[in-house]
Design a protein around this ligand. Structure first.
Ligand code: ADP
Ligand code: MG
Length: 384
C-alpha cells in the first residue's frame, strides 16, 4: 500500500487551490479571430508544484493570464481558493491578486524608475502588508535570497537581464502569497542561478505554496510534482507529448484514445525474454530495468529506462522475439501507456518524423546493449 501512495501527488489529501472549467480564450483583432485556449479543464491541489510546458505559441502565457485574473476568458470559469476570479470587479480582483498571487512575468515588468529594493517593496505597499519600517528589511532579505543584495539601490536598466529576472522573482515572493505563478523564470539565468531558483521553488512548494511554472528547462520539470503539456491551446497527455515530441497535435489526441494505462508492481516482469513483443510501452511514472539472462551466469541489467521514455520498439520494428526481459525496477511501481502492434505501425505510417526518430533510437540502443554485454563479458574474464 505504501508503494501505491508514491504514485499520488504528495498533496493528494489537500484542498483544490486552482480550478479551471472549460476556459476558452479567443483574441479578436484586425487580422481576425484567434483561439489561443480551447476549453481548458484543470484542478491543482494546495502545495502542488506544476510545470507547464509546450511549444512557443501553444498558449502557456495566455493560460497563466487566465489563472491570475490578468486577462478575461472568452468563456469558462476560473476558481481560485473557492473564489470565482471573474465574478469580482476589476479593482477588487487586483487587490485579491496582490494578496493571493506572486507573479513572475515573462518579461519581468519591473518599474524602470524604481530601484530593485523599491520594486520588491511595491507589492507589500500595494496590499498594505507588513509595517512600513519592516518592508525595506524584508525586501532586502528577498534580494539576498536571489543573490542581489549588492544591487539593491540600482535601477533595473543598470543590472543584467538575469539580475532583472532574479529581482522579479524576489518581488513575486514579497507578500508571501499562497500561490506562485512564474512564466519561464529561469530563461535568462546562468545554470548556477537557475539551480538556486529551482531549489528555492521546491522548498516553497514543500512548505505548502502552490506553484505553477512555465518552463523549457528539464531540470525544472524533474523537480515539479506534475508536468502539464499544452499543445495548440489544449492540455494533452504529458507522457505521449514528451515521449514522442515530434507528433502533431491531432496525432497526440488520437493516440490518447488508442493507448491503455497499465500498472506493474516493483520487480514485476513486463516483457519476458524470448517471447514475441506485441506492445509498445511509454513510461508515465517509475523506472524499468532491461535485463539480459545468461545461461548458467548471472543476469545483466543492461539499462534502466525512466519516465517519458519508451520500450518495445526494437522488437516491433525489427520483428522477432525479445532478447532481454523488461521488469519494473525495485524502487517504485510503474505506470505505462500501452499501444498495440497494429496501432504502433499505424502511428509510424502517420508520422514519418517519429518513425525516423525511433529508428535512430533503435540503432543507438542496440549498440549500447552490445557494449554493456561486452563490458560484462570482460569482467567475467578478469574475475571469473
Ligand atoms: P506561449 O506563451 O505558449 O508562447 P501565448 O500564450 O503567448 O503562447 O500565445 C498563444 C497564441 O495566442 C499565440 O499564437 C499568440 O500569437 C496568440 N496571442 C497571444 N496574445 C494575443 C493577443 N493579445 N492578441 C492576439 N493574439 C494573441
Ligand atoms: Mg509565453
Amino acid at each position: 500500500m505504501a508503494n501505491r501512495n508514491q504514485l499520488q501527488p504528495a498533496s493528494s489529501g489537500e484542498k483544490n487551490m486552482i480550478e479551471m472549467h472549460q476556459v476558452v480564450k479567443t483574441f479578436v483583432n484586425a487580422a481576425g479571430e484567434f483561439t489561443a485556449l480551447r476549453g481548458i479543464d484543470l484542478t491543482l491541489k494546495k502545495g502542488e508544484f506544476v510545470a507547464l510546458i509546450g511549444k512557443s505559441g501553444s498558449g502557456k502565457s495566455t493560460l497563466l493570464n487566465m489563472l491570475t485574473g490578468i486577462d478575461h476568458p472568452t468563456s469558462g470559469e476560473v476558481v481560485v481558493d473557492d473564489v470565482d476570479v471573474y465574478a469580482m470587479s476589476e479593482s477588487k480582483r487586483s487587490l485579491w491578486r496582490g494578496r493571493n498571487m506572486g507573479i513572475v512575468f515573462q518579461f519581468f515588468q519591473l518599474l524602470p524608475m524604481l530601484n530593485l529594493l523599491e520594486n520588491v517593496m511595491l507589492p507589500m505597499d500595494y496590499v498594505g502588508m507588513y509595517n512600513i519600517d519592516e518592508r525595506p528589511k524584508r525586501a532586502m532579505e528577498l534580494l539576498r535570497m536571489v543573490g542581489l543584495e549588492g544591487q539593491a539601490q540600482k535601477l533595473p536598466r543598470a543590472v543584467s537581464t538575469g539580475q532583472q529576472q532574479s529581482a522579479a522573482i524576489a518581488r513575486a515572493l514579497s507578500t508571501d502569497a499562497p500561490i506562485l505563478v512564474a512564466d519561464e523564470p529561469t530563461g535568462n539565468l546562468d545554470s548556477r542561478s537557475a539551480r538556486h531558483i529551482i531549489d528555492l521553488f521546491a522548498e516553497l512548494s514543500a512548505r505548502g505554496k502552490t506553484i505553477v511554472l512555465v518552463t523549457h528547462d528539464p531540470s525544472m520539470t524533474e523537480r515539479a510534482s506534475r508536468t502539464m503539456v499544452i499543445s495548440d491551446g489544449e492540455l494533452v497527455n504529458p507522457t505521449i507529448a514528451q515521449a514522442l515530441p515530434l507528433l502533431t497535435h491531432p496525432l497526440i489526441k488520437e493516440l490518447n484514445h488508442r493507448v491503455e494505462t497499465v500498472h506493474f508492481q516493483p520487480g514485476e516482469t513486463i516483457i519476458h525474454a524470448k517471447e514475441p513483443v506485441e506492445t509498445f510501452f511509454m513510461i508515465a511514472s517509475g523506472n524499468v530495468d532491461v535485463i539480459l539472462h545468461k545461461r548458467r551466469k548471472e543476469d545483466v541489467t543492461i539499462s534502466q529506462i525512466g519516465p517519458n521514455d519508451f520500450f518495445g520498439e526494437i522488437e516491433l520494428l525489427r520483428g522477432g522475439k525479445s532478447i532481454a526481459s523488461v521488469c519494473a525496477s525495485q524502487d517504485s511501481p510503474v505506470e505505462l501507456l500501452a499501444l498495440s502492434r497494429e496501432d504502433f505501425h499505424w502511428l509510424m505510417g502517420e508520422s514519418p518524423l517519429t518513425e525516423e526518430a525511433i529508428g535512430n533510437i533503435v540503432q543507438k540502443r542496440i549498440e549500447e546493449n552490445k557494449q554493456a554485454d561486452r563490458r560484462k563479458k570482460k569482467r567475467w574474464k578478469l574475475f571469473g
